[in-house]
Design a protein around this ligand. Structure first.
Ligand code: GRF
Length: 189
């Protein structure tokens, strides 16, 4: 049994690269990368790792059937959102029930929702004087950062930590745990 996953990303794609690296030479294949941003670092990652990729626009995702139907026909074992900033349309959610997951760089339900991404999250956490932050991996539904939580892990924030320091701590957790959780879901562990 081998597994094929598709990764959706809008940004630099360091999680995508990490997932590719961790699953290299295993039976888990990053078979497609999807981005809404032609200038995203994740496109270079797709190219340099010889992974098929597609750049989509809003019409592809929300107003035409072709792209969604092609994804449904591909029948990936899992769709992984790794810094993908657009909502997933209902048609794709229905075609991939409990097979689309997202990682969020904070302890949901706090610091999630529309506009809460990247450094905005870590700045908000810092400004609120939180003692802890972390990561949340959850199933995707029709709202931002809202589906059932699969996994969370927290890390301590020191008073001296800047938002950049917090981002570093969170990224370390993401690199450590996201592939692990993906693998567990695929193998139903
Ligand atoms: C990560 O922090 C992830 O939690 C969030 O978007 C960021 C993506 O970073 N959803 P990168 O593009 O993988 O470097």
């Amino acid at each position: 049994m081998s597994y094929r996953i598709a990764v959706f990303a809008s940004g630099r794609g360091s999680n995508t690269q990490n997932i590719i690296d961790v699953f290299k030479d295993t039976d888990i294949d990053v078979a497609l990368i999807v981005s809404n941003n032609p200038d995203a670092g994740v496109i270079d990652i797709a190219k340099s790792n010889d992974i098929p990729y597609v750049v989509i626009n809003k019409k592809d995702l929300y107003y035409s059937n072709e792209f969604i139907e092609s994804l449904i026909n591909e029948n990936f074992d899992l769709i992984v959102l790794a810094g993908f900033l657009w909502l997933i349309p209902e048609k794709l959610l229905n075609g991939y029930k409990n097979k689309i997951i997202n990682i969020h760089p904070a302890l949901l339900p706090k610091y999630g929702g529309k506009g809460m991404y990247g450094m905005k999250v870590h700045e908000a956490v810092k400004n609120a004087g939180e003692k802890y932050t972390g990561i949340s991996i959850h199933f995707v539904n029709e709202f931002y950062d809202d589906g059932d939580i699969i996994f969370q892990h927290k890390t301590e924030i020191d008073d001296a930590d800047s938002p950049d320091d917090i981002a570093d701590k969170v990224h370390k957790l993401e690199y450590r745990f996201f592939p692990e959780v993906i693998e567990k879901i695929l193998r139903k562990l």
